[in-house]
Design a protein around this ligand. Structure first.
Ligand code: UDP
Length: 478
């Protein structure tokens, strides 16, 4: 007899590390369940994706489309959101990615896959999938809580009943009586005026309502109420199949997530080995957020005052004057912190670090990958949202899961983030690392980490959701 037909899925991640990393994990997961995977991306990103695929590289096809950066006035080498000359260029970057439409259609027509899982930032893929008669699934890279919250906020904008910027109000229809302030909302929800960005975002949200369904990097036990709400109230087909970071078992693979580390992983782990359990704070704000010198200095002051050992991943805004560039650390900081702290000026092996027993706290910008990696590692968090849906993720961690403490960010400030003083940093770190309160958060975090492992394990909820998704796609295709 002939071989049984293999389901073939196209994966199309947006060109930013926070999006490509979970897509790479997802590709491995699908392949390990017998699905044929093609990843579509651009030349420079294909290099880092190939590296992250590791021993899956030979099993996964890559289709490489030229990125039209120059056509919209971006530098030629700019193919990833982390290499924009400044955050203001993001609209241009979206424009360029929209120009991928024609070559992407060509690729679809040539390969004729059975299904397309495309990033939220490619809303136009709905129509292309419809054209060749296959389902388009959407991947946002965020969890069910923020998917629900952002949808309810978009459908019921706050202007009508809330006048104050700072007065907390209930997010309508969201289970759990969750409050937020207007200052923490994205501009497309907060303001009535249309911008290029808000128009684009509305298309993104429309494509979410019209697509076949949603693949979610989360697990049912973590966000039960919100997965149910997303399915039953917002009426979306949704498959939580995560945490996707847990499908990398080999340490080498974890270290290679996204980019090659700029620190010797063995040195880093050896240093952690020399530290007591739960004694080290890991500080990292993801792949995109950058702080100015004044803010970095306050973080340094807070870390030192907390008296904790730390690993701090530093990313600085471009273009600050050169002299200040060199001198933003408090006088003598590096000498005093020798042996006590590790500063990484580049890419850290985050998942390796988070899972080391010495790490007892995570200061995070609440990007969803980082948040879920922290959950999967069982580490309590200090939440420090900067932009996007990070403000919703903060609420999930501090109020719903109760495994973290807010550092006190009051508003979304595009570019550099809200300013936080050193004392607030110290206080939040101490609350997470010390005391009974910290201990309770640590216990809850450990329970969630257990649940996460169960969810992706044999016959866990995420495992079964993935089976169900594959079966449904097969029944549509064959
Ligand atoms: N990451 C990493 N090393 C770094 C910074 C980030 O490995 O130095 C990884 C991190 O583990 C996560 C991703 O990059 O998987 C960042 O995604 P997230 O959603 O947290 O934030 P974003 O970068 O999209 O703001």
């Amino acid at each position: 007899g002939s071989e049984p037909r293999q389901l073939h899925i196209f994966l199309f991640p947006f060109m930013a590390h926070g999006h490509m990393i979970p897509f790479v994990d997802m590709s491995k997961l699908f392949v390990s369940r017998g699905v044929k995977i093609t990843i579509v991306t651009t030349p420079l990103n294909s290099i880092s994706i190939s590296k992250s695929l590791q021993n899956f590289a030979s099993k996964i096809e890559l289709i490489v489309l030229k990125f039209p950066a120059a056509e919209v006035g971006l530098p030629d080498t700019c193919e990833n959101a982390d290499s924009l000359p400044s955050p203001d260029y993001i609209t241009k970057f979206f424009q360029a990615s929209t120009l991928l439409q024609a070559p992407f259609e060509q690729a679809l027509l040539q390969s004729r896959p059975d299904c397309l899982v495309a990033d939220m930032f490619f809303p136009w893929t709905n129509d292309l999938a419809a054209k060749i008669g296959i389902p388009r699934l959407i991947f946002h890279g965020t969890g069910a809580f923020s998917l629900c919250a952002s949808d309810f906020m978009r459908l019921h904008k706050p202007e009508k009943n809330v006048s104050s910027e700072t007065e907390p109000f209930l997010i309508p229809y969201l289970p759990g009586d969750i409050k937020i302030t207007k200052m923490k909302l994205p501009s497309n929800v907060r303001e009535d005026t249309e911008t290029e960005f808000s128009k684009f975002f509305n298309k993104v949200k429309e494509s979410e309502s019209n697509c076949y369904g949603v693949v979610v990097n989360s697990f049912y036990e973590l966000e039960t109420e919100y997965v149910d709400c997303y399915r039953d109230v917002l009426r979306r087909k949704a498959w939580p199949i995560g945490p996707l970071s847990l499908c990398n078992n080999g340490a080498r693979e974890i270290a290679q997530r996204g980019k090659e580390s700029t620190i010797d992983e063995h040195e880093c782990l050896k240093w952690l080995d020399s530290q007591k359990p739960n004694s080290v704070v890991y500080v990292c704000f993801g792949s995109l957020a950058r702080f100015n010198s004044a803010q970095l200095k306050e973080i340094a002051i807070g870390l030192e005052a907390s008296e904790k050992s730390f690993i701090w991943v530093v990313r600085k805004v471009n273009g600050e004057d050169k002299e200040e560039d060199q001198n933003w650390l408090p006088e003598g900081f590096e000498q005093r912190m020798e042996g006590k702290g590790l500063i990484i000026r580049g890419w850290a092996p985050q998942v390796l670090i988070l899972n080391h027993p010495a790490v007892g706290g995570f200061v995070t910008h609440c990007g969803w990958n980082s948040t879920l990696e922290g959950v999967a590692a069982g580490v309590p968090m200090v939440t420090w949202p900067v932009s996007a849906e990070q403000f919703y993720n903060e609420i999930l961690v501090t109020e719903v899961l109760k495994t973290g403490v807010a550092v006190g960010v009051q508003k979304w400030v595009p570019g550099v983030g809200d300013f936080i003083g050193g004392e607030a940093v110290e206080k939040a770190i101490r609350r997470v690392m010390e005391d009974e309160e910290g201990g309770e958060m640590r216990n809850r975090a450990a329970e969630n980490a257990e649940k996460a492992k169960k969810a992706v394990g044999n016959d866990g909820s995420s495992y079964r959701n993935l089976d169900a998704l594959i079966e449904e796609l097969k029944s549509l295709a064959f």
